[in-house]
Design a protein around this ligand. Structure first.
Ligand code: AMP
Ligand code: TRP
Length: 337
């Protein structure tokens, strides 16, 4: 990791709670490699965040490694960026405790994701689910990240991290960089193929609602064919009245680079069947290089382990500098070595 004040830093994370969806890819992961040349980038597999919801240990281990392979397959280059598993860098949890004492109960109560998840997992409203955004703030602030590329659903958490940083800086003097969300222009929110007013999510129980990045051609085409649309039979961008078609247009736009206007012209008078087929094909082709690379990486466990171990060591060394600085400001005794 470069010294402070060199390039601006980017940090992001993704939970290893399942195969990434097309939403994760377009809203987040696909944009991450694009930032490597301009920023100093840190990308993390947020396994500690994922246990706020019940996880099966064996599956969590497997999915964590798969997430690592997916990040590398998306084009993140370990020679340029740091990639690591959150639980292998204990500095984040250390900072998280300190920050939790500068985060208000009321602030955490207002977090939309907390409200949604506690409604969905009413039998397990644990303290971690509530303090989740504090750990996320620690992930971000510990690297003095300027930019945090996440989908729209995580924006509120980035704003909270900024508020916590501001509060700490006001109390103790300049300590943290104030982070900002870096939102992709397109693909910021990909919706469910079955309920297009809901975001596409890894945890959706309806298989047809989500495109998984490792789905094969047949599956992808089938899912697009059964995507929910409307009865107008006209390809037109109108999120309010035509959420299904607009979502498909958003996806097609990202993979083909065609504007909404061009897409409307292309399918003028052709009906939804042809449009869905074209969207499906663009996704199959668009994901092919990713899938090939993923298969290579997941079958080379030694390589994956080496990259993740080095990532954890390097990120820990940097992160501990922030922890020491914060401890000193707070008033924790530190003996000279
Ligand atoms: P998660 O699946 O909650 O771990 O999210 C990982 C990243 O993907 C975050 O940056 C999310 O904002 C992003 N993301 C998740 N679902 C979607 C979606 N349907 N559309 C766009 N971005 C998404
Ligand atoms: N909470 C994020 C999500 O579910 C994942 C995450 C954890 C994250 N720590 C982060 C994202 C830090 C950005 C920055 O998507």
């Amino acid at each position: 990791m470069e010294k402070d004040n060199a390039r601006q830093r980017v940090l992001s994370g993704i939970q290893p709670t399942g195969t990434f969806t097309l939403g994760n890819y377009l809203g987040a992961v696909r944009n991450w490699p694009l930032l490597q040349n301009e920023y100093d980038c840190v990308y993390m597999i947020a396994d500690q965040h994922s246990i706020t919801v019940k996880q099966e240990p064996k599956l969590l281990r497997q999915r964590t490694l798969e997430a690592g392979a997916m990040l590398l397959a998306s084009g993140i280059d370990p020679d340029k960026s740091l990639v690591f598993i959150q639980s292998q860098n204990p500095a984040h949890s250390q900072l998280s405790w300190a920050l939790s004492c500068y985060t208000m109960f009321g602030e955490l109560s207002r977090m939309t994701q907390y409200k949604d998840k506690s409604a969905k997992h009413a039998d397990n409203i644990n303290a971690g689910l509530f303090t989740y955004p504090v750990l996320m703030a620690a992930d971000i602030l510990i690297y003095n990240a300027h930019k945090v590329p996440v989908g729209a659903d995580q924006k509120q958490h980035v704003e909270l991290a900024r508020d916590i940083a501001t509060r700490f800086n006001n109390l103790y003097g300049e300590t943290f960089v104030l982070p900002e969300n870096l939102n992709p222009k397109v693909g910021a929110k990909i919706m469910s193929l079955q309920e297009p007013t809901k975001k596409m999510s890894k945890s959706d129980t309806n298989e047809k609602a989500t495109i998984l990045l490792l789905d094969d051609e047949t599956k992808i085409m089938k899912k697009f064919k059964s995507a929910v649309t409307d009865s107008e039979n006209c390809v037109r961008y109108d999120v309010e009245n035509k959420p299904g078609i607009s979502n498909l247009m958003g996806i097609y736009n990202v993979f083909t680079g065609k504007s909404f206007e061009e897409i409307e012209k292309e399918f003028d008078g052709l009906g939804y069947g042809a449009f869905k087929e074209a969207v499906g094909t663009s996704v199959v082709e668009g994901l092919r290089p990713f899938q090939t690379k993923y298969n290579d990486i997941i079958s080379d466990k030694a390589y994956l382990q080496k990259v993740l171990t080095e990532g954890a060591e390097k990120s820990y060394a940097y992160a501990m500098r922030t922890v020491r600085k914060v401890y000193k400001k707070i008033g924790f005794v530190q003996f000279d070595k």
